[in-house]
Design a protein around this ligand. Structure first.
Ligand code: GSH
Length: 259
């Protein structure tokens, strides 16, 4: 039976076609790629950002050509062929592992710019948490929403948007429900950044709406106009609360960090 996934448009188009055309020449570092694959794209983004010389090799991973299987028995893209000292190559796979490898190996700041993972071990560990989170939560949710049918699709959608509130949501919610203060007191007049940031703001607005719709937020919020005199004092910088004083002294971290 034919594999439905194998029926692919055979090659990249548009800007990607031009970019890949510039990377057809023989190079020691090779990426076995599918133009359509988001995991591949991760690696291409790193190669591009770090200006790493590479050869682009288009394969259809659903047909699993022999030269791909020789490198990667699972026959997945991306697969990287890494040059060895004796002129042969050795394979590497798993997109996030490849990305980290490239960042580590191509580390000359003059040739390759800044490191994509932070230098500080703690910050690096935190970045890895997010990387892991994308892999373990976001992409699976994306696919569940995309692939599930009927009632299950609705469940997938809820999951993708994150139906269940988490502690970080609740920790930030009071400030989210108060960002009108900038319109009211700082002359912002709803003038949040637009144009190239539209998409970000659309996501922000979705998130804000989800927070505002929480019953717990509704049940614990007073009428907006009752906040006016309080925030007027902050806006005039005449408030004398610990927070207001700390902000004036530049030591807000001590007040807010553990609160
Ligand atoms: N976890 C892998 C990674 O991050 O590199 C996933 C790679 C992957 O699933 N690639 C797809 C593939 O090669 C194309 S987007 N599929 C072939 C198959 O499923 O047989």
């Amino acid at each position: 039976m034919p594999i439905p996934d194998a029926a692919l448009y055979p090659e990249a188009t548009g800007q990607a076609a031009k970019y890949f055309a510039q990377h057809q020449q023989e190079q020691p570092l090779k990426i076995y790629s599918g133009w359509f694959c988001p995991f591949v794209q991760r690696v291409l983004l790193v190669l591009h950002t770090k200006n790493i010389p590479f050869q682009y090799i288009e394969v259809n991973p659903y047909h699993k050509p022999k030269h791909l299987l020789n490198l990667n028995p699972r026959g997945l893209v991306p697969t990287l062929a890494v040059p060895t000292a004796n002129g042969t190559s050795k394979p590497l796979f798993e997109s996030s592992v490849i990305c980290e490898y490239l960042d580590e190996v191509y580390s000359d700041p003059v040739k390759h710019g800044h490191r994509l993972l932070p230098d500080d071990p703690y910050e690096r560990a935190r970045a890895r948490i997010w990387i892991q989170f994308v892999g373990s939560n976001i992409i699976p949710s994306f696919h569940r929403w995309l692939q599930f049918q009927g009632d299950d699709a609705a469940k997938g959608k809820e999951e993708y948007f994150g139906k269940e509130v988490t502690l970080p949501d609740l920790i930030i919610a009071p400030w989210i429900t108060r960002h009108w203060v900038f319109d009211e007191f700082k002359g912002n007049n709803g003038d949040w950044p637009t144009t190239e940031d539209d998409e970000t703001w659309a996501r922000w607005n979705n998130y804000t709406k989800a927070i505002e719709d929480l019953q717990a937020v509704k049940d614990t919020s007073s009428d907006r106009e009752k906040f006016f005199p309080i925030y007027q004092r902050y806006a005039d910088n005449t408030a004398e609360s610990e927070a207001a004083k700390a902000i004036r002294q530049g030591s807000a971290g001590l007040v807010f960090a553990a609160s």
